[in-house]
Design a protein around this ligand. Structure first.
Ligand SMILES: Nc1ncnc2c1ncn2[C@@H]1O[C@H](COP(=O)(O)OP(=O)(O)O)[C@@H](O)[C@H]1O
Ligand SMILES: [Mg+2]
Length: 467
């Protein structure tokens, strides 16, 4: 590995998932970290949100590292939602990596490698770099006419000035394209990154504030730069250790970041990178930002994974670990031992535990309201009352799932607003767990792998399964 490559990661944008939690925009706390009853898409669950907020505050202040938090509570009480809320409030400059524990068993790599990659996705490196830029006000862009009509032009000139000097630059094909893409015209103040050729429009020069035809409503006016046209500038970017790993472990590393097809990363590569990062830190060029690693459904991990987690948390660069489970006292995978949440005692001992409580009817109603808005569904008052009842009787998640289905039913009968009939239609089409279990009890002999004994006590069995 010759040089650690960074330039390629710079423009990598993060892709956001939309789905079950798309309405969550934060934890909904006020400045003194108290939970507002409805805010940022969050409803109720105030104790848990407040606790999560305090953890976040400690993370932001860099006070804790290598600490672990457990979100424990029944299914559908918003554990994952709280983790997503934490991610949103952390902002872009602190890495947040999220996996579901079962994922690591299905990847084409060992489970500890998968965990290691997840850890390194949650550790950020803030890197300071000096770059050379050309910054000035555009006096003129002149593109030569192409030799063949209709062809793209190959040469041209760009005249830039500062308050003190003026220079004419020759343009090549790439620059002409870039200028065209940014719609650069005279009067714009632009910056050109010399290494990458990237052009950034900084705004319109104040001197041109009277050219009404060349501005839109959001035109930003800036001063014409002073001093030299060429400047050295310090830029800061944040990458994760995982991104550095991937890019340096293969020739097509950069693409692997998009496809997720990273494969196993050799230990030597990681060692070299860690050494390099340590050097950068000593030289004051880089800083470690411990982020957050969220592992959902953590009871799916086995004993080897848990001991890996324990060890990884001892590392000096460890992120904050947030885990979630809905299990009570249960067997630790890979052993015959039982323990609270199916988590070994030595890891439990490190945990700060946040519990979530079942939602009240009123809170379910509010969450359903927010989800209707999020999915762009108009619903009548009666239909909402019915859906809330269903949410109370079955689960919040089931009720949320009926929203889009009932909107389709409504659309099909050419209605505009979802009514009770649409809700009851999809309610009949899709079973919830309770009804599905009942159905299984009645028809179990026709299914494969049925283990529930028939005969006396069927009722109790059925109840035990759904409760
Ligand atoms: N406090 C809350 N405010 C708003 N929506 C919530 C809240 N808690 C959960 N939800 C939503 O309810 C659904 C189920 O919650 P989820 O976080 O998946 O539960 P859990 O992870 O505890 O099983 C999700 O769509 C989630 O976004
Ligand atoms: Mg969950």
């Amino acid at each position: 590995m010759a040089e650690i490559k960074l330039s390629e990661i710079r423009d990598l944008t993060r892709i956001e998932r939309i789905g079950a939690h798309s309405h969550i925009r934060g934890l909904g706390l006020d400045s003194s970290l108290e939970a507002r009853s409805v805010s940022e898409g969050m409803v109720g669950q105030t104790q848990a949100r407040k606790s999560a907020g305090i953890i976040l505050q400690m993370i932001k202040e860099g006070k804790i590292a290598g600490r672990a938090v457990l979100l424990a509570g029944q299914p559908g009480t918003g554990k994952t939602a709280i983790a997503m809320g934490m991610a949103k409030s952390l902002g872009d400059s602190t890495p947040f990596a999220s996996i579901s524990a079962s994922e690591i068993f299905s990847l084409e790599m060992s489970k500890t490698e998968a965990l290691m990659q997840a850890f390194r996705k949650a550790i950020g490196v803030r890197i300071k770099e000096e770059t050379e830029i050309i910054e000035g006000e555009v006096i003129e862009v002149s593109i030569d006419r192409p030799a063949v009509a209709g062809a793209a032009s190959k040469s041209g000139k760009l005249t830039l000035k500062t308050t003190e000097m003026e220079t004419v630059y020759d343009l090549g094909v790439k620059m002409i394209e870039a200028l065209g893409k940014e719609k650069v015209q005279s009067g714009d103040v632009i910056a050109i990154d010399k290494a990458s050729g990237k052009i950034t429009k900084l705004g319109r020069s104040f001197a041109r504030s009277r050219d009404y035809d060349a501005m839109g409503p959001q035109t930003k006016f800036v001063q014409c730069p002073d001093g030299e046209l060429q400047k050295r500038k310090e830029v800061v970017h944040i990458v994760t250790l995982h991104e550095i790993d991937v890019i340096n472990s293969r020739t097509q590393g950069f693409l692997a970041l998009f496809t997720g097809d990273t494969g196993e990363i050799r230990a030597e590569v990681r060692e070299q990178i860690d050494t390099k990062v340590a050097e950068w830190r000593e030289e004051g060029k880089a800083e470690i930002i411990p982020g957050v690693l969220f592992i959902d459904e953590v009871h799916m991990l086995d004993i080897e994974c848990f001991s890996f987690l324990n060890r990884a948390l001892e590392n000096e660069m460890a992120p904050i670990l947030v885990i979630a489970t809905n299990r009570g006292i249960t067997t630790i995978r890979g052993t015959n031992y039982k323990s609270p949440h199916g988590i070994p005692i030595d890891l439990l001992d490190r945990l700060l535990i946040i519990t979530t409580q079942p939602f009240s009817e009123d809170e379910i109603r509010k969450i359903l309201d927010i989800r209707c808005q999020e999915e762009g569904v108009d619903m009548s008052e009666e239909a909402k009352v019915l859906l809330t009842k269903i949410g109370v009787e079955t689960t919040l998640r089931y009720a949320i799932n009926l929203i889009s289905g009932s909107a389709l039913a409504c659309h099909k009968r050419k209605g505009k607003i979802v009514e009770m009939e649409d809700i009851s239609r999809v309610y009949q089409l899709f079973l919830d767990v309770k009804r599905s279990t009942q159905y299984l009890m009645e028809y179990q002999s026709q299914y494969m792998f049925s283990e529930v004994p028939m005969g006396e006590g069927d009722e109790d069995e059925a109840n035990a399964m759904v409760s």
